[in-house]
Design a protein around this ligand. Sequence first.
Ligand SMILES: [Zn+2]
Ligand SMILES: [Zn+2]
Length: 133
Amino acid sequence: LNISGYKNTKQRNKIIQILQNAKTPVTAEEIYLQVKKEPTSIVLSTIYRNMETLLKKGIVTKTIYSDGKSRYELTQERHTHRVICLKCNKSIILEECPIEFIEKNLEEQDGFEILEHKIEIYGHCADCKTVKN
Ligand SMILES: [Zn+2]
Ligand SMILES: [Zn+2]
């Protein structure tokens, strides 16, 4: 039995569990604080290393927010985009893909094979937007 391999798997499962319970994308620091609720010898750099592995495996998706921090979430099975509030970092899921037709045109008119795209929409949420009068 590979002890360190087993430990890594256990740590990653814990991280995945935290991401499953999180309602919005979370930072590595936030994951770390969750993990530390139980007695553990884990350090923040271990969380970062695990996040890199999960990213490479495509299990998590990373988004860099306006505060410069990377936030992680489990990779959505369905193709969606996020709308992110620049003030409070609250985010909502956009169910529709706004550029599906652009991709279709690129493929039909320009013969370009589109493999993937990433769009994040930024603004101010209902709570944060300034009321104009
Ligand atoms: Zn907001
Ligand atoms: Zn899309």
